[in-house]
Design a protein around this ligand. Sequence first.
Ligand code: CP
Ligand code: NVA
Length: 301
Amino acid sequence: MNPRHFLTLLDLTSEELKQIINRATELKAMRNRGEVHEPLTNKVMAMIFEKSSTRTRVSFEAGMAQLGGHAMFLSSRDTQLGRGEPVEDSARVISSMVDVVMIRTFSHDIIETFAKYSKVPVINALTDDYHPCQLLADMQCFFEHRGDIQGKTVTWIGDGNNMCQSYINAAVLLDFNLHIACPEGFDPDATLVAENQDRVTIFRDPAKAVKGSHLIVTDVWASMGQEDEQETRLKRFDGYQVNTALMDLADSDAIFMHCLPAHRGEEVSHDMMEDPRSVVFDEAENRLHAQKALLEFLLVK
Ligand code: CP
Ligand code: NVA
């Protein structure tokens, strides 16, 4: 039987996504009570990183240990992947020895190819196109702070990047409206927007976009792999910073999220990061709980 993969949020049904979010909150409470819960004894996860990471590595490695399993860090710099071994071959070899594989890479095609040849579930830990694990944590965070997100309005400010595109998928599965405020030329994928035009609206003016919104989200203006565009992007995104003045235009109960790492003073002001409306550190902690729920979902029958 083909293994169940998690390459985008759309690999889940709405019900499965809600089930994982609820389970993440249960696992968080269990951990806070000090309960030991080890359904993944003897299970091994390979974690392949072709880009840097703090949260993703720590949360997956800690999460596997807490569930009774083991995680193995593999950098493309010191595996044969970095020396040109075909993805198809690597997938067959690695997946014959472990129970689940997590990959952070560049082109989304790479993870699709890996998954095609893998005998075990493959988890997308960020590609140039999507970051679905982050959305599990973000959605858990919204449910914990404000309850169900169905029918609410979320505003994404900044680059139409991997995070933004995962927000489009989340809007579909959890039935919320998504405003996207980005400069011209930095829109998310046109097909993805067109397919979801009933719930996604593109704005050029962040002040108009945030009006009536219940969640404001942003991310860096230059993602990993775009370092050489940093200077031009700084100019192009002028006026798109999330700060307390912009946040004041949103719904009075609105909260702020950022997947982190943040560039304070660029896409977000220092005082917005520290504002009571900012839930960025709860959001980051939820990476642990949400991914443990995902691992249980994929591996415990
Ligand atoms: N948000 C996130 O994925 O962080 P890292 O790059 O530190 O893993
Ligand atoms: N959009 C960012 C997210 C980092 C977690 C990047 O791809 O670098």
